[in-house]
Design a protein around this ligand. Structure first.
Ligand code: IMP
Ligand code: MG
Length: 182
């Protein structure tokens, strides 16, 4: 069964916890803490990172909202096809507000590229992106401009799981990020 494979830890729960604090501080230095901040947590992968980042941001932003979006991309489980569909949209307008998209990982950049164009059309005051992981080696040509303003960790060309990230639905609940041994 898929869940019994060995996983090599890349970023431990402790490493993640230690990285989120300075990340939240950096965000508080770059944005206006006296204004509303809407976190747009992308389901399902960013749910753990979103929950931890939101709690780390709360002391800095008294006007913090947590919203969710769910996107799906057609293709096989490990690769984006390029076609993105909104399955769950925001429940609150973002026009004129500071918005921070919270993503699990940027790989080809297709999902984020689509999302940024979609949200930008709604005229937020500012739109930035925080990604737990960035996999620059995966970026497709044409998505060169797609980037996160805040990155937890960079990863090489490996498929990672845990802390929200899945492989065919498994491993999301692991408290660390690791690589599945084949
Ligand atoms: P992109 O559109 O190729 O940038 O894909 C981003 C999405 O693909 C992420 O939000 C993840 O859901 C998924 N993904 C990309 N790389 C990995 C990985 O290494 N492990 C798990 N999911 C991944
Ligand atoms: Mg996924």
């Amino acid at each position: 069964m898929a869940t019994t494979k060995k996983i090599n830890v890349l970023f431990s729960a402790e490493m993640i916890r230690r990285r989120i604090r300075p990340l939240a501080y950096e965000i508080s230095q770059c944005l206006d803490t006296s204004q509303e901040l809407v976190l747009v947590v992308i389901l399902k992968g960013a749910v753990m990172f979103g929950a931890d980042l939101a709690r780390a941001l709360a002391p800095f932003f008294p006007l913090l909202r947590v919203e969710f979006m769910r996107l799906s991309s057609y293709g096989n489980e490990r690769k984006t096809s390029g076609e993105v569909k909104v399955e769950l949209d925001l429940s609150h307008p973002i026009e004129g507000r500071q918005v921070l998209v919270v993503e699990d990982i940027i790989d080809t950049g297709t999902t984020l590229g689509y999302l940024v164009r979609l949200l930008q059309a709604r005229r937020p005051r500012t739109l930035q992106v925080a990604a737990l992981l960035d996999k620059p080696s995966g970026r497709h040509a044409g998505n060169g401009g797609v980037h996160a303003d805040y990155v937890g960790f960079e990863v090489g060309p490996v498929f990672v799981v845990g802390y929200g990230l899945d492989d065919a639905g498994f491993y999301r609940a692991l408290p660390y990020v690791g690589v599945v041994e084949d």
